[in-house]
Design a protein. Structure first.
Length: 402
C-alpha cells in the first residue's frame, strides 16, 4: 500500500465571522480559490497531476453550495481534469477531507490530491442548512438532542471543571496565540486574503485578544444558561445523565471557539508523484480514524478517535510528541488532557480556536498544518491532530515527519 505524504499546506488568516469582519466581503468560493491558487503557485505545481480536491464545508448552502470544491478549482485556473467534491463531517470536515484525500492515495487510486475546507460564517451563518436532528421533534426527542453549548457545559459538570478552570484555559489560549503570531510561527503557511482588486484585506487572525485576563472573562455571563433552563435542554441532558442534579453553565463567548471565516488546503501525494513534480515531502500520514460517541454529551469523541488512530498506527500516546485539539470549548480540551494524560505544555502550544476562531469546514485542515509547522520548528517526529464533532463523533490524524 502506498504511503501518503504531505507536501505543502496553506491557510487564510481567520476573519471575524460577522458583517464587520475583515473577510465579510469575500465570498466562500473566493476564499477557497485563493488557497488553491497559493498552493499551486508556491510549489509551481502542475495541477494536471492532481486527481481530486476534497473540501470540507459544514453549511453547504447558498454561496457555499453546489460542490464548492470543484467550482473553486476551476475558478483558481486549475486544470479542468482535476475533480472536486465537498464533504461534511461537521466540525471535523477539514480534517476528514484530508483523511479522504490521503486514503485515495494510500489505496492506489490517486497519485496526488488536495484535502482542506472552507467556511464563510459571516455570509452563510451556522445551521443555515437546517437538519432533522435539531428541527424534527420525533428525532430530537428520541436521540436526546441538546445544542453543543449545553454539551460543553455537561462535560464541565460531569468531569468537575469549574468556571475558573475553563476561563484559565481560555486566557492561556489567547496568550499562546498572541505569542505565536509575534514570533512569526504562522508566517510560512498563512496567505493574505485579497479583494477583487488584488489588495490585501487581512494577513493575520483577526480575533486574537492578548489583553484577555481572568478578570475580563469573569464579567461575561454564561452563554447557554437561558437555553438550558428556559428552553428545557438541561432537563433533556439530565434525563440522559440522571446521576447529575443539574448542569453547571460555565461557558461563554470568551472560553468558546470564535465564529470566523477562513479556508485551508493540504497537498498530499505518493513519494513517486512528489519526485516526478520535484516536491519534497514534509510528513507522512501514518494513520487516521473517525468514531461515533454518545451524542448528548457529544464532544468527548476526540479521545476515542485519538486512541483508535493510535491503535491503527501501532502506537501509544507516549509515542506522540505534540498534540493539536480544536478548542471548540475549553472543557473539551480539559477532558481530553485528563483522558489521555496529555500535559498542557504539549497540546495547542500556539493557542487555538478560543483565540483564533473556528471556521467550521476549514478548521481540521488548519490545525493539521499548524501541528506540522510546529513539529518542524521544534524538530519533533510525531504529532496528532483531532477534533470533537457534532452529533457525537471524533476524527484524528497522526503525522510522522520524514
Amino acid at each position: 500500500m502506498p504511503d501518503a505524504y504531505i507536501y505543502d499546506h496553506v491557510r487564510t488568516p481567520r476573519g471575524k465571522g460577522k458583517k464587520d469582519g475583515a473577510l465579510h466581503e469575500v465570498t466562500p468560493v473566493a476564499l477557497a480559490t485563493q488557497v488553491l491558487e497559493a498552493l499551486r503557485d508556491r510549489g509551481r505545481l502542475d495541477t494536471a497531476e492532481v486527481d481530486d480536491v476534497i473540501l470540507g464545508c459544514v453549511s453547504p448552502v447558498g454561496e457555499q453550495g453546489a460542490n464548492i470544491a470543484r467550482v473553486a478549482a476551476i475558478n483558481a485556473g486549475w486544470d479542468e481534469t482535476v475533480a472536486g467534491v465537498q464533504i461534511n463531517r461537521f466540525c471535523a470536515s477539514g480534517l476528514e477531507a484530508v483523511n479522504m484525500a490521503a486514503a485515495k492515495v494510500m489505496s492506489g487510486q490517486s497519485d496526488m490530491t488536495v484535502g482542506g475546507g472552507v467556511e464563510s460564517m459571516s455570509r452563510v451563518p451556522i445551521a443555515s442548512d437546517g437538519g432533522a436532528w435539531a428541527t424534527d421533534p420525533a428525532v430530537a426527542i428520541r436521540t436526546y438532542f441538546v445544542p453543543q453549548g449545553i454539551s460543553a457545559d455537561l462535560i464541565a459538570t460531569r468531569y468537575g471543571y469549574s468556571r475558573d478552570d475553563v476561563d484559565a484555559y481560555a486566557v492561556e489560549s489567547q496568550k499562546r496565540a498572541a505569542a505565536a503570531w509575534a514570533d512569526g510561527r504562522f508566517d510560512r503557511s498563512v496567505v493574505p486574503v485579497r479583494d477583487v482588486l488584488g489588495l490585501p484585506l487581512l494577513d493575520r487572525d483577526e480575533t486574537v485578544r492578548p489583553e484577555t485576563t481572568m478578570q475580563t472573562l469573569a464579567s461575561l455571563n454564561p452563554s447557554f444558561a437561558d437555553m438550558g433552563q428556559n428552553f428545557g435542554f438541561d432537563s433533556v441532558a439530565i434525563q440522559k445523565y440522571p446521576m447529575l442534579e443539574r448542569v453547571n453553565h460555565v461557558h461563554h463567548a470568551g472560553n468558546s471557539s470564535g465564529i470566523v471565516d477562513g479556508a485551508a488546503a493540504v497537498l498530499i501525494g505518493t513519494k513517486e508523484a512528489g519526485e516526478r513534480l520535484g516536491l519534497k515531502p514534509r510528513a507522512r500520514i501514518r494513520s487516521f480514524a473517525s468514531i461515533g460517541s454518545e451524542p448528548t454529551i457529544m464532544l468527548t469523541g476526540p479521545s476515542f478517535s485519538a486512541e483508535k488512530a493510535l491503535r491503527k498506527g501501532g502506537m501509544t500516546r507516549d509515542d506522540i510528541d505534540l498534540w493539536e485539539l480544536n478548542e471548540a470549548f475549553a472543557s473539551v480540551v480539559l477532558r481530553f488532557m485528563d483522558a489521555l494524560e496529555v500535559p498542557h505544555d504539549r497540546i495547542n502550544v500556539n493557542g487555538g480556536a478560543i483565540a483564533m476562531g473556528h471556521p467550521l469546514g476549514a478548521t481540521g485542515a488548519m490545525i493539521l498544518g499548524i501541528l506540522l509547522d510546529e513539529m518542524e520548528r521544534r524538530d519533533l517526529e510525531t504529532g496528532l491532530a483531532t477534533l470533537c464533532v457534532g452529533a457525537g463523533m471524533g476524527t484524528a490524524t497522526i503525522l510522522e515527519r520524514v
